[in-house]
Design a protein around this ligand. Structure first.
Ligand SMILES: Cc1ncc(COP(=O)(O)O)c(C=O)c1O
Length: 489
């Protein structure tokens, strides 16, 4: 057992920032002395701690001092064998994970609702995605998890697959059956990589979903900054077992991160781990109590539907729901989530994390107070009051019956996302796009899953789907689709 009351990086940074000395190193503002007065006004003494990799502050890429100690403390607290601090978000960790597990042309099973950092990892590595489609509930209007059966079928069809990647939890806090999927991957002797960007708190309270590492995942990436107390961009990558080559992972992390990692970010990871290891359970109990109160109160407001655990876990692809993630369906108010978000943000002093066509999703974390909760409930009440008796304008879209089940398609893109990225391209209209290879990844909301991934052939069905979603009030991202498409020349 290590002494979790220690904060090696934070303490060293504090001492270093207070040591009187003449600084002839980067950053050029020299502990704030040369910073603009406006920046000094905003950041105050934090600037004195914006220090480079001085000897006493260790080196992120070859840690042997305080960074090594802090990473070991984090590994113990998060129940990993080895932890790497990331100064470039989960994004750089996910890219590095794919680079560590796959080479050019290697197959990797990827859910279609993967974050764009996964596509970036595919471009960097040249790996070939074998997509599985997560389950979608048109009743809830939400993408759920990936069924273990879909992974099993895909592995049987593509036995030469080199890794499986999952997003669990999703942005909405929905977890797949990671344990079952880990067993399937390990049966094929390949690693399971988990994008757990939204689940860094799971290890610290028994009423939260089980962390993926405890369920057998080989590598997980967590955005410590999204849910715990770290600064934006500060994240962690945890590994267990020997299915991931750690030397290659370390080398990959050097490809995807800056050679000047911000000390404040690293110290904030150290502090977030310390806070969780020493008082995480109590803090998260308060958070869960607040979330439960908000859930119950919002659920009584006419026109709102709070997405609850039984409704989600009734689907076989969804094994757990993080109850600190609150998703509210506002379509019963006659508003889209985007309209509701604007009113809440502009007029009612409540700002949510993720507005979508039907829903608003809130991150409730240890930073939220009872007052925040009350303000939120009052805000939603006022919103509902102002909308009373208005007919729903989003009903048609809410019923959009786009993806009913979790599917394994077995088909590979025509060319890898890497090849699509580097190929010469041209813009064509919808009428001539059919049969061409897309250079862009194009997603329709709902359901927020790419309809076409870069490297895939555009077919009539995909274009019709994008048009239908837009006609129903949804929206499309990725180039100017469905009016025009960027295709390989
Ligand atoms: C599911 C998922 N994975 C990865 C990321 C990337 O995380 P970061 O912003 O820490 O780079 C995000 C960001 O929103 C995300 O939602």
């Amino acid at each position: 057992m290590l002494d979790q009351s220690q904060t090696p990086i934070l303490s060293a940074l504090q001492a270093s920032s207070q040591r009187p000395h003449a600084a002839f190193y980067a950053p050029g503002h020299k502990r704030g002395q040369g910073a603009s007065s406006r920046l000094r006004e905003l950041l105050g003494t934090a600037l004195a701690a914006d220090l480079p990799e001085l000897p006493e502050l260790d080196n992120l890429f070859a840690p042997e001092g305080v960074i090594l100690e802090a990473q070991e403390l984090a590994a113990e607290a998060f129940r990993a064998e080895q932890t790497y601090f990331l100064a470039n978000g989960s994004t750089c960790g996910i890219e590095a994970a794919i680079l560590a597990a796959c080479g050019s042309g290697d197959k990797i099973i990827v859910p279609r609702n993967a974050h764009r950092s996964v596509i970036a990892g595919l471009v960097l590595s040249g790996a070939m995605p074998v997509f599985v489609t997560p389950e979608y509930s048109s009743d809830l209007g939400l993408v759920l998890g990936v069924k273990a059966e879909a992974i099993a079928a895909t592995l049987n069809h593509h036995p030469d697959t080199r890794a499986v990647l999952l997003v669990s939890p999703t942005y909405h806090g929905i977890c797949s059956d990671v344990g079952a999927i880990a067993s399937l991957a390990h049966h094929h002797n390949i690693p399971l990589l988990i994008d757990e960007a939204h689940g860094p708190h799971f290890a610290f309270h028994p009423d939260l979903p089980t962390p993926a590492l405890a369920l057998g995942a080989d590598l997980v990436v967590q955005s410590t900054h999204k849910v715990l107390g770290a600064l934006s961009q500060a994240a962690m990558l945890h590994t267990r077992g020997d299915r991931i080559d750690r030397d290659r992972l370390q080398a990959a992390l050097q490809l995807t991160q800056s050679t000047s990692p911000n000390s404040l970010l690293l110290a904030s990871l150290d502090a977030a781990r310390h806070q969780m290891a020493t008082e995480g359970k109590a803090l998260l109990s308060n958070t869960l109590t607040l979330a439960q109160h908000m859930r119950l109160e919002l659920g009584t407001i006419p026109g709102l539907r709070v997405i609850d655990k039984p409704a989600v876990t009734a689907f076989s692809s969804a094994s757990e729901l993080d109850l600190t993630r609150l998703t509210v369906d506002v379509s019963g108010l006659g508003l889209t989530g985007l309209e509701a978000d604007e009113i809440l943000h502009e007029e009612l002093g409540v700002t949510v994390e993720l507005p979508e066509l039907r829903h608003l999703t809130l991150i409730i974390s240890l930073g939220n107070t009872q007052e925040d909760g009350q303000r939120c409930i009052a805000g939603f009440r006022a919103l509902a009051q102002s909308c009373a008796d208005q007919p729903s304008t989003v009903a048609a879209c809410a019923q959009s019956n786009v993806l009913e089940s979790s599917e394994a398609s077995f088909t590979l893109p025509q060319v890898s996302p890497r090849e699509a990225f580097f190929a010469p391209t041209e813009i064509v209209g919808a009428e001539t796009a059919v049969g061409r290879i897309s250079a862009d990844t194009i997603s329709a909301y709902p359901p927020g899953i790419p309809t076409i991934v870069a490297g895939e052939v555009i077919d009539e069905g995909a274009i019709a789907h994008l048009i239908a979603i837009k006609q129903q009030g949804g929206y499309v991202t990725g180039g100017n689709a469905p009016e025009a498409f960027r295709v390989l020349a």
